[in-house]
Ligand binder design. Structure first.
Ligand code: TRP
Length: 341
């Protein structure tokens, strides 16, 4: 069940045997509610790392929202609900720096020297950007879409993060970040650590229609979905006509994905869930999936209900002030070694 990857910059577990890294940074685009793919991909790792004593930074990536659309819609509300998602998952806001791109000017300024360290060919080849361009289905691609991975390197490096909990799709951006840090250090002197990625339990949790779980495809289970919404979504999920339930990702991808989802929620292997359902068929499988998702989400819903939009606003205000302080210091250091200070 654990994801393996050939990218040397990534590891898959934040086990107690590993030394606790100092700073951890990650982020999300405020484009809609976070879903279970985010939870198993990165949110659970954030909470775990924080419990191990890491200093957690989370960027609400508002400038990344305008890579594939003309205008950011409902930005204030989406930012707030994303912070509430974090709190609901168990992120301890008192021990984190949660802030928006747009609130940290010096972070954004790092984009300029960093852009000078990458070639346009490198930007063209980024597989995640290519996929996002395909998914956006627009006739024109804007410059921010091509360069946001460099901006993301600024997100990671402004606070000299050492570990970046992400989903698998973000690994190309992490490789680029490491290249930028290495090239900057080679050219101007040692300023940045080379950050490592930390993958979650699943590479890509598929949505209920068999495609990648994605906010824009609307095929995911949101962390804020109520029990009835979960039941309705799972009921509508695709399965197949074979009665006995078995875990065969190649030949039965839809069934395997439901088994993976239930397994992740219950903390057991998908094959164990398959065994349990056995001859119960798709109806029994869906009942097990619904119950297991709702069991996972129950404490998350309860925590969400204990916070309000005022809490989120205050957390973003505090985070912005701390992020600005750190970004100013890093930019001053960068300017100094570049002879611009
Ligand atoms: N690109 C990430 C996503 O779409 C969000 C993100 C922005 C991010 N800045 C980051 C992730 C820095 C990790 C580190 O999910």
């Amino acid at each position: 069940m654990t994801t393996t990857t050939t990218v040397p910059a990534a590891r898959t577990a934040a086990g107690p045997g590993l030394p606790a890294p100092g700073r951890v940074l990650t982020g999300d685009r405020p484009t809609g509610g976070l879903h279970l793919g985010h939870y198993f991909g990165t949110l659970a790792n954030r909470v775990r790392l924080q419990q191990q004593g890491c200093e957690l930074f989370v960027v609400v990536a508002d400038y990344q929202v305008i890579t594939d659309r003309d205008r950011p819609e409902n930005l204030a509300q989406l930012r707030t609900s994303m912070v509430l998602d974090y709190l609901a998952c168990g992120i301890d806001a008192d021990n984190s720096v949660i802030f928006a791109h747009s609130a940290a000017p010096a972070l954004n300024q790092l984009l300029l020297p960093f852009l000078s360290l990458v070639s346009t060919g490198e930007l063209d080849r980024n597989p995640t950007v290519k996929e996002e361009i395909r998914m956006a289905g627009r006739s024109k691609v804007n410059g921010l879409m091509m360069t946001y991975p460099v901006h993301q390197a600024a997100d990671i490096l402004f606070c000299k993060a050492e570990l970046v909990p992400v989903g698998k799709d973000q690994l190309p951006h992490l490789e680029l970040t490491r290249s930028i840090a290495r090239r900057f250090n080679d050219r101007y002197g040692p300023v940045f650590p080379l950050p490592e990625g930390l993958l979650g339990e699943v590479g890509t949790l598929l949505g209920l229609d068999g495609r990648k779980m994605s906010k824009s495809l609307g095929n995911g289970i949101a962390l804020s979905d109520g029990p009835d919404q979960v039941a309705a979504k799972v009921r509508a999920a695709r399965t197949d006509s074979e009665r006995r339930i078995s875990y065969h990702p190649q030949s039965r991808p839809e069934v395997a994905n439901l088994l993976t989802l239930a397994g992740l929620c219950l903390g057991v292997a998908p094959a164990v869930v398959a065994e349990q359902v056995g001859a119960g068929g798709a109806a029994e499988l869906k009942r097990v999936v619904t119950d297991s998702v709702n069991k996972l989400l129950a404490p998350i819903r309860a925590r969400r209900a204990s916070f309000g939009p005022g809490d989120a606003a205050e957390i973003l205000r505090r985070g912005a002030s701390r992020a600005r302080e750190i970004a100013d210091a890093t930019l001053a250091e960068v300017n100094a070694v570049m002879g611009m200070g």
